[in-house]
Design a binder for this molecule. Structure first.
Ligand code: FEO
Length: 401
């Protein structure tokens, strides 16, 4: 049986990783996961035996094999479901069937969500301050409602000082190494920021509040074990710092110029605008929506002080790809942005106005009016939009630390 090749990986004296790596997933409900992902799950063997979180349903044979490599699954006493989204709960019914646990714990909302998804009854609801004794150590629970689902919570095992943080402090990254300190820091930084931008940005203020509250919880955390990506045993401040700076989105000298184009008119404007921004000392990402999906664009939105969007008008509407991206970006509520709309048109010209209206709806300040040209930009038009880039760059530079 192929499953027998899977083993549990030690995390700490009493904790094992029993998750799965999804090397080839490239679409995670619309999020482009270029480096795959992992579904981390954990086995704690104390006097009592507990499993924390499950994996996506197709990976359950792998998870059960990893558990079996260190203990008979029938010895599992408890299961904790920190988060009911199916990437962590899809295998839960099979896990329960294989282990027959005495109790399954989830937040109150988690219990209801698991009942709705899988018709699971009898889940024991827990809240902040509740704990379960495993004999030598104790697992305590902290409610993290809306980070990023209503049911979300984290668990802390005091004996080995491990925080099981579910989606928080995670990233979509499949890596053969378990620990973050064994991975390329530049990849970790990018993938963590991408994850925060696309999964947590809507709740950035709650995330900051949780980060502020963390020291007061007095948990003496030595290991952070998220449900996606590598685990952290050193420099915990590094991942906490990335999460904080990504959530705060303080103005920085970066700009995103994202565009769609039909016959290269909007593209010419985008390039001239980029020249202006660069000449003002701003680092720019120029992204054509034909080759950049919405999650890549949102990653750049989150870490940019200027977000410029350009598209042609088509059938009296902004170009559909731009509408898709702006709907997505607006939903994630970026903060502290200077916005700018531009584009080209043939006979009506609603596109630029609609982009400006979307920027307004997402709270972006627009010091420059939408800039549109008919058919093709003239040399004069290109110089004008370059100048706008310089002006916007100067406004941003004045706000950066
Ligand atoms: Fe990884 Fe919100 O699930």
């Amino acid at each position: 049986m192929i499953e027998s090749s899977y083993s549990a990986v030690p995390v700490s004296p009493n904790v094992w990783w029993v998750g799965a790596r999804d090397w080839n997933v490239r679409n995670f409900h619309g999020y482009e996961t270029n480096r795959g992902s992992s579904y981390n799950a954990f086995l704690v063997i104390d006097d009592k035996v507990i499993v924390i979180d499950a994996v996506k349903a197709p990976f359950m044979p792998e998870m059960l094999a990893r558990i079996r490599s260190v203990i008979d699954p029938g010895k599992v006493d408890y299961i904790i479901s920190n988060h009911a989204e199916p990437d962590h709960s899809g295998g839960l019914p099979e896990l329960i069937a294989a282990t027959s646990p005495e109790k399954v714990f989830a937040s109150g909302t988690g219990a209801k969500t698991l009942a709705a998804y899988y018709d699971l009854a009898g889940i024991t609801p827990v809240k902040t301050g509740d704990s379960v004794s495993l004999g030598q150590g104790t697992v305590s629970f902290v409610d993290t409602k809306m980070l990023h689902w209503p049911d979300s919570m984290v668990s802390f095992y005091d004996r080995d000082k491990v925080l099981f943080s579910q989606d928080a402090f995670g990233m979509h990254l499949a890596a053969s190494r378990l620990w973050a300190d064994e991975c390329d820091p530049a990849i970790l930084d990018y993938e963590a920021r991408k994850y925060i931008a696309n999964i947590l940005n809507l709740q950035a203020d709650r995330l900051i509040s949780l980060l502020d509250a963390l020291p007061g919880l007095d948990l003496d955390i030595k290991i952070i074990a998220p449900d996606h990506g590598p685990l952290w045993r050193r420099d915990l401040d590094k991942i906490i710092g990335i999460y904080r700076s990504a959530a705060e989105q303080k103005p920085c000298r970066r700009a995103l110029v994202a565009y769609s184009t039909m016959w290269h008119a909007t593209e010419k404007l985008a390039r001239a605008l980029t020249e202006g921004l660069v000449s003002a000392g701003i680092e720019v990402e120029l992204r054509d929506l034909d080759v950049n999906d919405r999650s890549a664009v949102m990653t750049e939105v989150a870490r940019s002080g200027i977000v410029a969007f350009g598209a042609p008008t088509m059938n009296n509407q902004m170009f559909p790809k731009m509408a898709d991206v702006l709907t997505y970006v607006k939903g994630l509520r970026p903060k502290n942005k200077i916005g700018f709309a531009f584009g080209s048109y043939g006979w009506s010209g609603e596109g630029g106005k609609q982009i400006a209206s979307e920027l307004e709806a997402m709270g972006a300040e627009q010091p420059e009016a939408a800039f549109q040209v008919k058919y093709m930009p003239s040399e004069e038009d290109l110089l004008k939009i370059k100048e706008i880039g310089q002006k916007l760059g100067a406004v941003l530079a004045g706000r950066c630390e």
